[in-house]
Design a protein around this ligand. Structure first.
Ligand code: SAM
Ligand code: DTB
Ligand code: SF4
Length: 332
């Protein structure tokens, strides 16, 4: 068991990390990063919204919630061929993983069968697959595993303490239950959150504790910067200090040393220099392609130029191995 892989973080300990002088924090994060990964490589995934809008949940950040008045047009579940065409295009651009997102509270069994077809089709192209479909029960997670799914994305989004300010239509415990079902089915877990929703530093520490104190660390930890969408309750919330975002990435890297930390939504708003600091702090994965789910992403040309300037390489091979983890653990 690797003693560096811990599951017993306390909030105060995490706050002490977040409070370190910036250079000390980044130095520690970079040291941790180098012990587990090639520091000059990033993993890239491309997103596609396979079912857009009219979601019954009330997530305060989301363009797709039926509770908010946004300009988003709802769309039905996309046909298989359209999904496969998008996956092929993503592969040609260099993505190794294709992530399909649906605006559901949870999939019906019929929806799940359609998504399973998509997973089989994308796998057949030689790509890794990830889906994010809302809550899953045990059996649904197993069906996705049987279809060949590699990753399930389900974010905790924020701390348990702040959660009720953002979402009222489902509980934090329901999120944790889905993560249990996904893990039990033998799927890789992709779980992270959103920064810049008006949460405190303690909330950020608390969210990272929740993620790192799971029985095993998520293989992939997306850290999103809120994309402010007009018409959502969180539109206009005070913007987060970019260096605080970088600190949170560094802290995630130290706490979950062998996990991919993904620089996720919000890159379009970030300067090149901020993204560079995030890579230095241990981010080693990102969403690549001109669209996220319903909003624009940083353009691929800009990303490629930045990778060239930094000597960063995109991971070419499909990474299905699990990072080494200690499993026996206790929650605080
Ligand atoms: N409906 C499913 C669910 O919520 O579990 C899957 C899709 S949902 C859009 C996936 C994740 O995207 C959310 O959990 C949230 O973390 C992130 N997200 C959604 N809207 C965002 C926004 N405006 N800014 C940043 N992240 C966002
Ligand atoms: C994640 O953590 N971020 C992605 C993915 N998982 C599904 C989604 C970001 C969505 C940003 C807002 C939008 O485009 O709708
Ligand atoms: Fe629905 Fe997911 Fe958006 Fe929440 S984040 S409103 S569950 S699509």
């Amino acid at each position: 068991m690797n003693p560096e892989i811990r599951h017993d973080w306390s909030q105060d300990e995490v706050l002490a990390l977040l409070d370190l002088p910036f250079n000390d924090l980044l130095y520690r994060a970079q040291e941790t990063h180098r012990a587990h990964f090639d520091p000059n490589r990033v993993q890239v995934s491309t997103l596609l919204s396979i079912k857009t809008g009219a979601c019954p949940e009330d997530c305060g950040y989301c363009s797709q919630s039926a509770h908010h008045e946004t300009t988003l047009e709802r769309e039905r579940l996309l046909p298989l061929e359209e999904v496969l065409a998008a996956a092929r295009a993503a592969k040609e651009q260099g993505a190794t993983r294709f992530c399909m997102g649906a605006a559901w509270r949870n999939p019906t069994d019929r929806n799940l069968e359609t998504v399973a077809e998509m997973v089989r089709g994308v796998k057949a192209l030689g790509m890794e697959t990830c889906v994010t479909l809302g809550m899953l029960d045990r059996e649904q997670a197993q069906r996705l595993k049987a279809a060949g799914l590699d990753y399930y994305n389900h974010n905790l989004d924020t701390s348990p303490e702040f959660y009720g300010e953002v979402i009222t239509t489902r509980t934090y415990q329901e999120r944790l239950d889905t993560l249990d079902h996904v893990r039990e089915a033998g799927l890789n877990v992709c779980s992270g959150g959103i920064l810049g929703m008006g949460e405190s530093r303690r909330d950020r520490a608390s969210m990272l504790c929740q993620l790192a104190n799971l029985p095993s660390h998520p293989e992939s930890v997306p850290i999103n910067l809120l994309v402010q969408v007009e018409g959502t309750p969180l539109y206009g919330v005070e913007k987060l200090d970019p260096l605080e975002f970088v600190r949170t990435i560094a802290t995630a890297r130290i706490m979950m040393p062998a996990s991919y930390v993904r620089l996720s939504a919000g890159r379009q708003e970030m300067s090149d220099e901020m993204q560079v600091l995030c890579f230095f702090a241990g981010a080693n994965s990102l969403f690549y392609g001109d669209r996220l789910l319903t909003t624009d992403n940083a353009e691929t040309d800009r990303d490629l130029q930045l990778f060239r300037r930094l000597g960063l390489r995109m991971e070419q091979h499909v990474q299905t191995e699990k990072p080494p983890q200690g499993r026996a653990c206790h929650r605080v």
